[in-house]
Design a protein around this ligand. Sequence first.
Ligand SMILES: Nc1ncnc2c1ncn2[C@@H]1O[C@H](COP(=O)(O)OP(=O)(O)O)[C@@H](O)[C@H]1O
Ligand SMILES: [Mg+2]
Length: 563
Amino acid sequence: MPERGENIPYFLVALVVINELRKRLAHGVQLSWSLPPETLLLAAMPILLPAALVAGLLAVLARSRLRGRGGEGALHAYVLTPRDSRSKAEVDVTLIHQVLEATGLEGHLIQRLGSSGPSAPILAVAEPGEEGAISAKAALSALRSVLGRELEVVDMGRRTWPDLLRYRRKRGTPPTAKLKLRLPSSEVDHPSPAVLLGYDAGRRPVRLPVNLISKHVLLMGRTGSGKSTTAMALCERLWSDYGIPFLVLDHHNEYTGIVTRLGGSVVGASGGPSLNVFKGLASNPQGVNIYVEVLRDALNLTPSQTFIVHRCLSSALRVSPGEDPTLADLMDEVSEYRERSGPEMESKLALLRKLEPLVEGEGRAHLLVERFPSISELDRPTSILLGGVESDTVRDLLVHIILKRVYDGAKAWGLGTPLRQVVLVEEGERVLPTISDERGATVTDKMLGELRKFGVGMMIVTQAPHALSRSAMRNSAIKVIHALGSPRDFQILKPLLSPLRDGENDPASAIFTLRPGEAVVVVEGRPSPVRCAVVPPSVDATPITDRELAILAQLAPSFHTLE
Ligand SMILES: Nc1ncnc2c1ncn2[C@@H]1O[C@H](COP(=O)(O)OP(=O)(O)O)[C@@H](O)[C@H]1O
Ligand SMILES: [Mg+2]
């Protein structure tokens, strides 16, 4: 005999065709689906009967829609079961939508009301064809990751609509619970928010305070020692626990898996990123100085070449006022520049040789045309694919310009902003090189010092700490040292490691014998370094293939190319 509650006709009260709904609602409306208390539900029963009819109709419509798209079986269902059954439910539809959009899928949220309250919501995802199978897998991982703290995401497998409509709530399934899926960083109200890094030798958790992450993190170690995995783990936890998004300057296209599985976007999926180096200069002509410094650092210009660039960029601005110049305009101005001496002519010719590859071939593809998202508005994990850019100079310039944009955006957030965005830089020694110790601070070094005040935490990954500027070393509150590769690196880090106390008398032996994923962690304000086994990210971090990326870009172009 079914229990009494099961005999009462149940109603399909909500069939939210998420994408459709979102499209119809004005931009910026936060969809939040609150489930009313049980008493309200009972009082509302007379209204629910017609609602059921409407819902039924919707179901039929949705079914025919799906049929039109590939048939009866084209659904994959997940039950969202709350882990904590004590409080009331609120499913963040926007978040689910974000995950679906990231993976290019169409989803429907279904919930059934019985006499004893609503059932656990079911998310039905329209299964894509063969081509999109990757997206279905990515959707599940992403859902588990973003919803997983509050909800258990149980895979019901392939279902048909009639199947789902017949679905009965099992006896004892807990009522839906209050879900607070993610807090914007400004609302992080925990007294001292921190993320887990791993465990020390005594199995005690090693946590990194969020306020220190905004004062920058250095991740060091030889190839294969675990740096990128540690970076991914920290980024994932900042995102899942506090809603703090991360932006990766992805030199090896290795973060695509984690970013898409967390519901984020990939920039440059079709051929790499493209931007106009001088975007915004026309409306802010005083900006010439900083652009000249950026070019000096990224292209390694001599003082004389820097002087010529300054003169020529200023005149390019005067030639067409109100219009942002491009590197091609700069190049034209340099060609026409009248040198005043033999040595200056040498400089000019050498400068032209440096600029030429920036306006042709790869340079033309990446540095002239603006097709780039507004960085300070990125509110989800994002990877900028630099792996396909072969020229070191073009890649370095892209990185410098992107960091400058991060900095400009962050300045607008104001001084004293708590951690709001993390920017992860691989190959840190190319971005913050030792040259600044000899020649005076580079722009990136200066920005690093300033960014901490504006709510941007940098995570700098390097396999060559000895080649990193001393000021970058000083300007980072957290240092995660994986197994080192060379004695030169050890020499640089020795002063930090001397108070190492974990049963190892000789810090050198510890630092060379760490296994992948093990690290020594030095945290500002803590007296001694700690040896720590890093807990890897909870979602699959394997990069997705180029083909899968192409499919994602095709399924959700506005999401993945972010033009
Ligand atoms: N925290 C960890 N736990 C377990 N294995 C790890 C961990 N970190 C790294 N590894 C292993 O080491 C390999 C290399 O890690 P990776 O992060 O790519 O190193 P790196 O970025 O320093 O070159 C990974 O593929 C993984 O197998
Ligand atoms: Mg790596």
